[in-house]
Design a protein around this ligand. Structure first.
Ligand code: ADP
Ligand code: MG
Length: 426
């Protein structure tokens, strides 16, 4: 499927060349597909409105390409751009922007885009929308006689008069109480699901993201990560009913204790397959190490010992011993933090994420810039906190940069994901 909106290395600077130059957007890459409900979420000043206005053609990219429906905005004249937008984009703002002396219905019909079209046609269209969205009962009232929610519904109706493919909504419920906010968000969701419009909504409020298929988290002019939000979106991206590696292992070995199971999982993850005999010997030693029955030195000696132990080369045994020690320590650290962290602690797993990231990158051959490193740490934190599934973590690692991922290859994603699962099995 082709994206309806594409950003390629887009930056937007305000006050360019002046002392107060602001980089509102920095090297944004994204793809949005037809029919998606997208939310851009982030704190005030992070660049959400700028991003929306850049899609809307109200702001111009200082660098990079904005491609909408295969049209690069750069290649269009001002006139072409205006014409193009008429049929493509409808906008909704936090401050409704209704004309105060006109009725709700006339506000809807005001749309300049209809210049030259018979009033009858406009009226039919307006009536249709008002019926669909429950505006008809107050069609003749002026904005001052409408609740905030009703005003915003009218403004949404107006945005739809030209039947655009994309609805852009900048903090559409920012001025509304929670009940009205919910009605308006629901309306946007209906427009997305029933009218098949691509909806892009901006918010700083985590309460307002729940209808989104994907949420783009923004910070300091950048997209930090992209999260699949709905069950549907998850289902579409997940492999249904597939058990995790650990669950498979658990099912295949119902008689093992927790320590034995974990030992098996660790050994399977760290070791290229050996003969069953050798693996079992190592596993039982690791289980004893997990339960603190033997030390790391004893574990290494056992793995190395050709007579009583598994008989691996000493170098291999030492490396394995070190890795297992690291993993078991990390598991304990995570569990301790889970147990002891104050409920209101911010990012309680930050330092764990850094340690894990360092470990993962130790054996990673490619290069990563600081932004990727930060994003990886963030994803590790979210995985530890179970905010994302193992599949989502792997997807994030292997997903292209344009899709908000790290852009590493599938094998690396699998390796990273597996290591994390070893740390996180109960
Ligand atoms: P958000 O919508 O997430 O609150 P904005 O896109 O409005 O963020 O702003 C991003 C950054 O760009 C902020 O630092 C803001 O001060 C700055 N900015 C926004 N609009 C302008 C403008 N017209 N001129 C100069 N700076 C601006
Ligand atoms: Mg804003």
């Amino acid at each position: 499927m082709k994206p309806i909106i594409q950003f390629k290395n887009v930056s937007v600077h305000y006050e360019r060349g002046k002392s107060n130059e602001t980089a509102a957007l920095q090297n944004i890459n994204l793809e949005i597909f037809e029919g998606e409900y997208i939310v851009f979420f982030g704190p005030s000043g992070c660049g959400k409105s700028t991003l929306l206005y850049t899609i809307a053609g109200l702001e111009t990219a200082t660098e990079g390409d904005v491609i909408i429906r295969d049209e690069n905005l750069k290649d269009m004249t001002e006139k072409e751009r205006i014409h193009f937008y008429r049929g493509t984009i409808g906008m909704v703002f936090q401050a409704f922007y209704l004309v105060s002396h006109l009725s709700a219905k006339d506000n809807m019909m005001l749309s300049k885009m209809f210049a030259g079209e018979p009033r009858r046609d406009r009226e039919t269209k307006a009536q249709e929308l008002m019926d669909k969205f429950g505006i008809t009962p107050y069609a003749d009232r002026k904005p001052s006689m409408l609740s905030g929610g009703q005003q915003q519904r009218t403004a949404i109706g107006r945005a739809l008069m030209n039947d655009p493919e994309i609805i852009l909504a900048d903090e559409p419920v920012g001025n509304l109480d929670s009940k009205n906010a919910e009605t308006v968000l629901e309306l946007l969701s209906v427009i997305n699901k029933k009218e098949k419009k691509t909806v892009i909504q901006v918010t700083h409020n985590p309460k307002d993201v729940h209808y989104a298929d994907r949420v783009f988290y923004m910070k300091d002019g950048r997209i930090e990560r992209v999260v699949l939000n709905t069950d549907e979106a998850r289902a579409a991206h997940e492999h249904h009913g597939e058990l995790s590696e650990f669950e498979k292992l658990e099912q295949a070995n119902p008689n093992l204790t927790a320590a034995q199971l974990r030992a098996k999982f660790i050994v399977r993850t760290l070791l290229v397959p050996y003969d069953i005999d050798t693996e079992q010997k190592i596993e039982s030693a690791v289980a004893r190490y997990i339960q603190k029955e033997i030390t790391e030195a004893e574990l290494v000696r056992f793995i190395d010992d050709p007579k009583k132990g598994a008989g691996l080369y000493i170098q291999k045994a030492k490396r394995l011993g070190k890795d297992i020690e690291g993993i078991v320590e990390e598991i304990e650290r995570i569990e301790r933090t889970k147990r002891d962290a104050r409920p209101d602690a911010e990012n309680p797993f930050e330092s764990e994420a850094v340690t894990i990231r360092k470990h993962l990158l130790d054996s990673y051959q490619g290069t990563m810039d600081s932004r990727q490193i930060h994003a990886l740490e963030q994803a590790i934190e979210y995985r530890i906190e179970n905010k994302i599934t193992s599949e989502e973590f792997k997807e994030f690692v292997s997903e292209s940069h344009a899709h908000g991922g790290l852009g590493l290859n599938k094998a690396t994603a699998k390796k990273f994901g597996k290591y994390l699962e070893v740390l996180l099995t109960k």
